[in-house]
Design a protein. Structure first.
Length: 273
């Protein structure tokens, strides 16, 4: 390797500082390239300045959580679908950190817990626990990642287990628990509905969370809308997280009823927030 004359050192040093200032990737002790750490990335939680989007949430970050984090991502997704401003009440930015407000306890005795993470802390957590290798995933859209870690931390404390065990897969977070943690309202996990209840419930999905689990392809689906005059002719539009993107599925209500083994919704079936 050629030696660099001393007279060029100040120029090279200045270039190096400029390179860092412009937001170059940072390499941590394990040799992985991390997302940039400039002030813009620290302060901008959302990909869109107006707030969160369903498309923010993707599979470029995935945690074990005893089988996967699809339950939590789907619960976050249905909240964004119904009211993005509701997410802004849960996630608030201050300086270089964000505060994530999680509901804990149960429907009768509940309280709120605030968890704070910085951009750097989320980066390090991803580097340690993210199961998707070699992904530069943070950018300026990390609200949902911080929220998942906050929910995991609260769950670990409630179940009296180590956070490392939680994030490494020993415990999971169910859809109904995730909905409670986000809304503070009791959520139902039902493995059976009468035929007439299906149509009635899904008609409310435009204002209240409704998620169903498809037993055939093992996916969690957000009910986006239902069209049709009755359960015999109705079609259901749903979205599921698949291949790092939200995929829209249209199916007859009769098929949804046949393939579903669990449906999740708020007990009061009320609007969010």
């Amino acid at each position: 390797m050629l030696a660099v004359p001393c007279k060029y050192c100040p120029v090279l040093l200045a270039f190096g500082f400029l390179h860092v200032a412009l937001g170059a990737a940072v390499v941590n002790s394990s040799g992985k390239a991390l997302a940039r750490r400039d002030d813009e990335a620290k302060s901008q939680l959302w990909s869109d300045p107006d707030g969160p989007s369903l498309n923010d949430i993707n599979d470029n970050m995935s945690l074990d959580l005893n089988g996967g984090d699809e339950t939590v991502k789907t619960a976050l997704g249905v909240l964004v679908k119904l009211d993005p401003d509701a997410v802004k009440q849960i996630v608030t930015a201050s300086d270089d950190k964000a505060t994530f407000t999680i509901q804990t306890g149960d429907d009768e005795k509940k309280s709120r817990i605030d968890k704070q993470y910085s951009f750097e802390e989320i980066t390090e957590l991803n580097d340690q626990y993210n199961t998707v290798p070699n992904q530069n995933i943070l950018g300026t859209n990390w609200w949902w990642q911080g929220l998942i870690y906050a929910m995991a931390e609260v769950t670990a404390k409630e179940k009296d287990i180590d956070l490392d065990e939680m994030l490494s897969g020993s415990e999971g977070i169910s859809v109904d628990d995730a909905l409670f943690m986000l809304t503070g309202r009791k959520a139902i996990d039902s493995d059976y509905l009468f035929d007439y209840e299906w149509y009635k419930l899904l008609k409310k999905a435009k204002s209240t969370p409704v998620i169903y689990h498809d037993k055939h392809d093992s996916t969690y689906n957000i009910v986006m809308s239902i069209e049709g005059e009755n359960k015999e002719t109705a079609t259901v539009k749903s979205k599921r997280l698949q291949n790092s993107a939200w995929t829209e599925i249209t199916a007859a209500l009769q098929d949804v009823m046949m393939n579903c083994d669990h449906v999740f919704y708020l007990e009061d079936e009320g609007a969010v927030p």
